[in-house]
Design a protein around this ligand. Structure first.
Ligand code: CA
Length: 236
């Protein structure tokens, strides 16, 4: 079983969000819908979507504000879908950190293509060029398969939970670098999670039990005491 990519649709018009939900679900995505900006913020924090499809005209705030705020704490891809077709709106959205901008009305095929590009781009936009070319990170017996959302040990599925996978996936993208506890928490659980590292420690204990030969002497994910975690550098 693979975990599907989860897309948050932020759209107040029910007919459009219904249409988006239908085409995205039919094409293998999990879909959640927010009908306002405030709902969008809480769902990004609590559901950790892989991508946001964002309407600009929302009842409680302008979508531009959402892009700006979300970019203060995460690089999650944002694809704007808007009726505003002026070049200045596109430029503003992209400058604030949107990954792409599609004008309504749009075709389903175009939207799907752009969503796939945006997901792949963020997944591979980080430091690791092996991930960019193969969709995989490999170090010794450990393989992170970013397309299938799986971690393999000697070719066997390590059966990580979704949260455990997200932690390992993030460390793999930044292999060789120390990621602080706060950075990992913020990336995965949103800004309100800062300062509470207990959930991270529990997840890491479970990850090590599943991927390390001897969890007390890790070979893959190292603890930098008082700072954070570091994934061993990948092969090749
Ligand atoms: Ca709207």
């Amino acid at each position: 079983m693979t975990i599907k990519d989860k897309i948050l649709v932020v759209e107040d018009e029910k007919s459009i969000s219904g249409f988006l939900r239908a085409i995205l679900t039919a094409n293998g995505f999990d879909v959640i819908v927010a009908h306002s900006g405030s709902e969008a913020f809480s769902m990004i924090s609590s559901h950790c979507p892989d991508l946001v499809v964002l309407d600009l005209g929302l009842p409680d705030m302008d979508g531009m504000e959402i892009i700006e705020t979300v970019r203060q704490w995460t690089q999650i891809p944002i694809v704007v879908v808007s009726a505003r077709s002026y070049e200045r709106d596109k430029v503003q959205a992209l400058e604030k950190g949107a990954d792409d901008y599609i004008t309504k009305p749009f075709g389903a095929a175009e939207l799907l293509a752009r969503i796939r590009v945006a997901i792949r781009h963020t997944r591979t936009g980080l430091t690791n060029s092996a991930i960019a070319s193969t969709g995989k990170f490999t170090a010794g017996d450990l393989t992170i398969d970013y397309d299938k959302h799986q971690v393999l040990i000697r070719g066997e599925n390590a059966r990580l939970t979704q949260n455990e996978f997200r932690i390992v996936a993030l460390l793999g993208k930044c292999a060789g670098k120390v990621l602080t506890y706060d950075f990992i928490m913020k990336e995965l659980w949103g800004p309100q999670s800062r300062g509470n590292n207990q959930i991270l420690r529990v997840n890491m204990a479970n990850i090590r039990r599943k991927i390390e030969k001897n969890p007390a002497e890790p070979q893959y994910i190292f603890t930098e005491v008082g700072v954070g975690y570091r994934m061993i550098e990948g092969d090749g």
